[in-house]
Design a binder for this molecule. Structure first.
Ligand SMILES: Nc1ncnc2c1ncn2[C@@H]1O[C@H](COP(=O)(O)OP(=O)(O)OP(=O)(O)O)[C@@H](O)[C@H]1O
Ligand SMILES: [Mg+2]
Length: 105
């Protein structure tokens, strides 16, 4: 199951995403939370703390500036740009896929 949370600024996207992700994980589902917000603070809402969240955001920003390469596979993306989070879920802070090719994951 894939769930996308979108909405206007300040409408509760991050809070809703965190509650959904932790609830799904607690119920035993393998849960991956992807934060692709321009103001990515899902890590804070998930309970990861500022230091870990800022480290993930800095890594994503490095992709945007070209200092880091995009991941070449979904597995690599989850490993390199993610951390384990409370309730057994995993969070990855990600950016847009540039120039997607046919078959792009
Ligand atoms: N169901 C709710 N009831 C009351 N307040 C809420 C609810 N959900 C979120 N909030 C509060 O509303 C504010 C905005 O929530 P949140 O940061 O989740 O929104 P957002 O859509 O992610 O914002 P942004 O567009 O800035 O990323 C926060 O102070 C949050 O605590
Ligand atoms: Mg938000």
């Amino acid at each position: 199951m894939k769930i996308a949370v979108v909405g206007k600024g300040g409408s509760g996207k991050t809070t809703t995403s965190a509650v959904l992700a932790r609830t799904m994980a607690r119920r035993g589902r393998a849960t991956l939370a992807l934060d692709c917000d321009s103001n990515p603070n899902l890590g804070i809402s998930l309970g990861l703390g500022e230091e870990v969240t800022e480290r993930l955001v800095a890594l994503r920003d490095a992709v945007d500036t070209g200092e880091e390469d995009h991941a070449s596979s979904p597995d690599e993306l989850v490993r390199r740009f993610g951390v384990d989070a409370p309730d057994g879920l995993r969070l990855a802070v990600v950016t847009a896929i540039q120039n997607p090719q046919p078959g792009c994951p």
